[in-house]
Design a protein around this ligand. Structure first.
Ligand SMILES: [Zn+2]
Ligand SMILES: [Zn+2]
Length: 481
C-alpha cells in the first residue's frame, strides 16, 4: 500500500476516520508521541507496521555482530569480566556451596540486566548500546528474578514430563524450548511477565506475528549458541583456570549481547504485528524520512492541495518559505497553486514574495519561465525591484522575448529610481540589446546613459568593456571604414 498523495512512497500510517493511507513524510509528528496525527482530521492514526519497510533482521547481521563492540557494550564487558574474575578467585579460595551459588547468581544478574536492556532499547529503534548508567536506571524490573523463575518453571516442567512420558518426552520438550527460546526471551523482555514467556498461546502469537522468518531467527540463535560453545571450549581447553573463568563469562555475555540485540531488532521490525508501540519520532529518525522540516512541509502541502484545502496549503507553504533555502520552492508552488485556483490577488502576493528573494539569481531560468506564466495570467504584475528585473532580463537569451524586456524596462527609470540595484538592471538591459538583439546603437545609448548616471559601482568595468566592444563592432561594420 502506498501513500495516497506520494504514489512512490510506502504508506506507514492509516487514518481510520479518513480511510486514507499516509507515507511518513505526510505525518505530523510531535516529540514523544506514539502515533502521529492525521493531517486532515487530527485524529491519531494506526501504524501499518514497518516490517516490509525497514531492513529485515536477516540483512542486519553486521549490526548484531558489531553491537558488542560498541563503546558502551565494551565497557560493560570489561566490568562484567572484572566481576567474574573476582568471583572466580573467591569461589576457588572459599569452596562453600551456598556462597558460590550466591556469587554466581549475582554475576548472572549483572549480565541478565544488561542484555534485557539491550533488547528493550533496540526494540525502541535506538541502536546504540546502553551505558552502565542507563542500565542502572532501568534496573527496576528485576529481570534476574524473572529469568530464574522461568528457569525453575522449565526445570519443573521437564521433571514432570520425564516422570510421565520418559526420555522421549524430555527430548521433545527440550526441542520445543529450543524452538520457542527467542519468543520466550522477547515476551519476557517486552511484557516482563513469566506467564507470557511460558503460556503457549502467548508464545505462538509472537511466533505467528513474525511469521516464517521466525525459523530463521531460531537458526541464528542456534548458530550463536554454537559459536559460544566453541569459544568457551577453546578458552577452557587452552587457558589456566584463573584466566579462563572471566573469559568464559565474557564470551557468554558477548554472544548474548549479540543475540539480544537481534531479538530487539526483531521486535522493532515487527512492532505492529507484535502489538508494541514505538515512538513515531524514533521511526522517523531511523527510516530516512525527510529530515528537513521544510521538505516535510512541502509534502504536507501536497496533501492539502489534493484535498482542496487551499488555505491550509497556503499556510504551510508560507511557513516553509520563511527558510531562505526553501523559499523559492515554496513560493513557486504558491504562485502555481493560486494561478490554478484562478486567484489573481493571491498569485500576485506570492509572486511579490518570490521576486523579492535576494538570491533570485540562483534560479534565474526558472524565475523567467515563471514570470512568463504569471504574465499571461495576470499581465498587470511586474516585480517591483531592480534586482529581480536584472535577473529576469539577464536570463533572456531569445530575441523573440524583446516585448518582455520592453515591458520590464519601460517604467524602470522612474519607478525604481531609488533602488540600489538599478544600475544592475540597466546594464542587464544594455547587455541584452548588445548580445541578444545585436543592436549596437541602442546598446551604446544605454551604456552611455548608464555610465553618465552611475559613474561608479560594480557595474562599471563590465559596462565599459561592453561599450568598447559595441563601438568596435559598429566601426568594423561601417560601409566606408
Ligand atoms: Zn505522503
Ligand atoms: Zn484523518
Amino acid at each position: 500500500m502506498n501513500c495516497k498523495y506520494h504514489l512512490h512512497k510506502k504508506a506507514l500510517w492509516h487514518c481510520n476516520h479518513c480511510d486514507t493511507p499516509f507515507c511518513i513524510d505526510c505525518c505530523d509528528v510531535e516529540p514523544g508521541m506514539h502515533a502521529p496525527r492525521c493531517l486532515l482530521c487530527r485524529n491519531h492514526m494506526d501504524s501499518y507496521g514497518i516490517s516490509d519497510h525497514v531492513e529485515p533482521f536477516w540483512n542486519k547481521l553486521s549490526l548484531f555482530n558489531g553491537y558488542p563492540f560498541q563503546k558502551n557494550a565494551l565497557s560493560f564487558l570489561g566490568i562484567f569480566m572484572a566481576i567474574a574474575f573476582v568471583v572466580g578467585i573467591i569461589n576457588s579460595f572459599i569452596p562453600v556451596w551456598l556462597i558460590n551459588v550466591i556469587l554466581k547468581v549475582m554475576l548472572f544478574s549483572v549480565g541478565i540486566t544488561y542484555v534485557f536492556s539491550v533488547l528493550t532499547k533496540v526494540a525502541r529503534g535506538e541502536f546504540d548500546a546502553p551505558s552502565n548508567d542507563e542500565v542502572a536506571l532501568n534496573n527496576s524490573n528485576d529481570m534476574t528474578g524473572k529469568v530464574i523463575g522461568l528457569y525453575l518453571v522449565l526445570i519443573g516442567m521437564g521433571f514432570l514430563i520425564t516422570l510421565s512420558a520418559g526420555g522421549m518426552g524430555l527430548l521433545i520438550f527440550g526441542l520445543a524450548i529450543g524452538f520457542f527460546f527467542p519468543a520466550m526471551m522477547i515476551n519476557l523482555g517486552m511484557i516482563k511477565d513469566i506467564g507470557a514467556a511460558i503460556n503457549p498461546s502467548d508464545l505462538l502469537r509472537t511466533v505467528t506475528g513474525i511469521g516464517w522468518p521466525y525459523l530463521l531467527l531460531v537458526l541464528f540463535v542456534y548458530l550463536i549458541g554454537l559459536g559460544l560453545q566453541f569459544a568457551q571450549n577453546t578458552i577452557y581447553f587452552w587457558l589456566p583456570e584463573f584466566v579462563s573463568y572471566p573469559l568464559i563469562y565474557g564470551a557468554l555475555a558477548f554472544f548474548y549481547i549479540m543475540m539480544f540485540s537481534m531479538f530487539g531488532y526483531v521486535v522493532y521490525q515487527y512492532h505492529a504485528e507484535l502489538g508494541y508501540g514505538i515512538d513515531a519520532e524514533q521511526i522517523m529518525n531511523n527510516e530516512n524520512v525527510q529530515q528537513v522540516e521544510e521538505l516535510r512541509k512541502l509534502a504536507h502541502s501536497d496533501v492539502y492541495i489534493q484535498e482542496g484545502r487551499f488555505e491550509d496549503a497556503e499556510a504551510v507553504l508560507y511557513e516553509t518559505a520563511k527558510n531562505p533555502q526553501y523559499s523559492s520552492l515554496a513560493l513557486e508552488r504558491l504562485i502555481k497553486l493560486n494561478m490554478a485556483r484562478n486567484n489573481p490577488v493571491a498569485t500576485v502576493k506570492a509572486a511579490r514574495a518570490y521576486y523579492d528573494q535576494k538570491d533570485l539569481f540562483r534560479h534565474a531560468p526558472k524565475a523567467l519561465a515563471l514570470y512568463q506564466e504569471i504574465d499571461s495570467f495576470e499581465p498587470r504584475f511586474k516585480p517591483m525591484n531592480a534586482n529581480a528585473r536584472a535577473v529576469l532580463i539577464g536570463a533572456i537569451r531569445n530575441p523573440k522575448l524583446l516585448p518582455v524586456v520592453e515591458k520590464l524596462t519601460t517604467d524602470m527609470q522612474d519607478k525604481l529610481e531609488q533602488d540600489p540595484a538599478l544600475a544592475q538592471a540597466l546594464s542587464a538591459e544594455a547587455k541584452f540589446y548588445a548580445e541578444v538583439m545585436n543592436d549596437d546603437d541602442k546598446a551604446i545609448d544605454l551604456l552611455k546613459n548608464l555610465l553618465a548616471k552611475f559613474p561608479h559601482g560594480s557595474h562599471k568595468i563590465e559596462a565599459e568593456r561592453l561599450l568598447g566592444i559595441c563601438m568596435n563592432m559598429k566601426q568594423s561594420f561601417k560601409p566606408n571604414a
